[in-house]
Design a protein around this ligand. Sequence first.
Ligand SMILES: *[C@@H]1O[C@H](CO)[C@@H](O)[C@H](O)[C@H]1NC(C)=O
Ligand SMILES: *[C@@H]1O[C@H](CO)[C@@H](O)[C@H](O)[C@H]1NC(C)=O
Ligand SMILES: *[C@@H]1O[C@H](CO)[C@@H](O)[C@H](O)[C@H]1NC(C)=O
Ligand SMILES: *[C@@H]1O[C@H](CO)[C@@H](O)[C@H](O)[C@H]1NC(C)=O
Ligand SMILES: *[C@@H]1O[C@H](CO)[C@@H](O)[C@H](O)[C@H]1NC(C)=O
Length: 382
Amino acid sequence: MRSFIPLLLAPLVLAHPKIPTPGPDGKYTLSAPGIEAKFIAYSAAITNLVVSDRNGVKRDIILGYDNASFYPVDPNHPDYGAVPGRYANRIKDHTYVVDGDRFFTEANDGNGTLHSGLNGWSRRTWNVSEVTSKSITFTIRDEGNSSQGLPGLVLGKVTHTIEANSWSTKLYAVSKTHDTPILLTTHPYWNLDAFQNPATDLVLNHTLSLPFGKRLVGIDGNTQSTGALPAIPAGDINDFWSKPKQLGANQGNANWVGNCGTNSGCSGYNNQWVVDRDPLDVTASKPVASLSSDFSGIKWDLYSDQAGVVVYSCYWMGGANELKASQKGPATNGFVKSNGCVAVEPQDLIDGINHPEWGRNQIYTPKGKPFEASIQYKFSTF
Ligand SMILES: *[C@@H]1O[C@H](CO)[C@@H](O)[C@H](O)[C@H]1NC(C)=O
Ligand SMILES: *[C@@H]1O[C@H](CO)[C@@H](O)[C@H](O)[C@H]1NC(C)=O
Ligand SMILES: *[C@@H]1O[C@H](CO)[C@@H](O)[C@H](O)[C@H]1NC(C)=O
Ligand SMILES: *[C@@H]1O[C@H](CO)[C@@H](O)[C@H](O)[C@H]1NC(C)=O
Ligand SMILES: *[C@@H]1O[C@H](CO)[C@@H](O)[C@H](O)[C@H]1NC(C)=O
């Protein structure tokens, strides 16, 4: 009888995946066919994402800094590529009630709270708990009240995975001791021309599609949720569902100025669209958003199980954030301008803790289910 042992052992001996370690730039690099991405432990962030354009030219289409050590000291702190938490986005009037107790969070956005205040998860250095040839896992131990007004210990875990033409993220968090709000997302900023378009360094000519986005999360003058979920008529400034549209297509519209907050004059988009998914699509198999640029011919499709998508067209980029060296293209002055990027954040409905009428269940309990969310970008050219 022949021995099977050498046959069985051979593939195991040959399988020697190279485990990434951080490079001289302080970043972990993962790559797969058609894609290379870099990550840092500060805010569990993605810092670089390189894909080929339609002519085979490699483009870094995500915003970030060359210098990993600059992220924690950056005075502008745009949450580049970060995982904000434990409760992402806004809390109106920095307060909410759980189990009859009123809590006060840190007012860092006018009278509201944004991304859990100035010690949120996107301002901490996470632990690197596992690295393989295609994925990196960051963990965080978030003690009760370490972000003001968010009670109880929460353990969080984020796994970024790079596969052929794809970046995917699994978000997970569990509340250990108290009932507490949890809402996580990823916060990448995109410029699909990598700032190399000689005609423009803005994203106003990028085309966005939000096929399930037939309702908005209503906002007041300070961009805080009102509780209303107004329908978006076809042809409206916020209509990206009836057909794909350029981000700047409605720039001349009377509602362009103030569309993302009348009190501040925020122009363009910093809004959340409800994902009114086909109820039969239980596996979330259709993209909830697509973004493309005619210049580079790069397109992504975003898949997520989250109930909403935030799109922010970078009105507040004031010109102080320096571009990465590879992005200092011919139309740039070396810095990101207003409307120079678009942030996209699949996430549950903003300030759902103050809107029980939405039935979103954003309070997590030690005995209940953990928080889980799935986000995937698939890249292609056209
Ligand atoms: C990187 O950033 C750190 C922190 O701001 C700074 O001290 C250092 O000089 C920077 N290095 C480079 C090469 O820009
Ligand atoms: C700001 O928030 C506090 C505390 O939640 C609230 O009492 C107050 O009315 C708010 N102020 C304004 C101007 O809305
Ligand atoms: C990282 O792990 C250490 C050791 O378990 C722990 O003390 C620390 O709080 C962790 N840091 C974060 C950000 O979770
Ligand atoms: C939470 O922190 C705030 C100040 O950051 C403090 O006023 C409050 O008493 C703390 N709450 C608890 C339960 O420790
Ligand atoms: C952007 O698109 C508009 C409308 O399609 C077009 O008129 C304009 O030339 C484009 N601008 C750039 C810089 O490509």
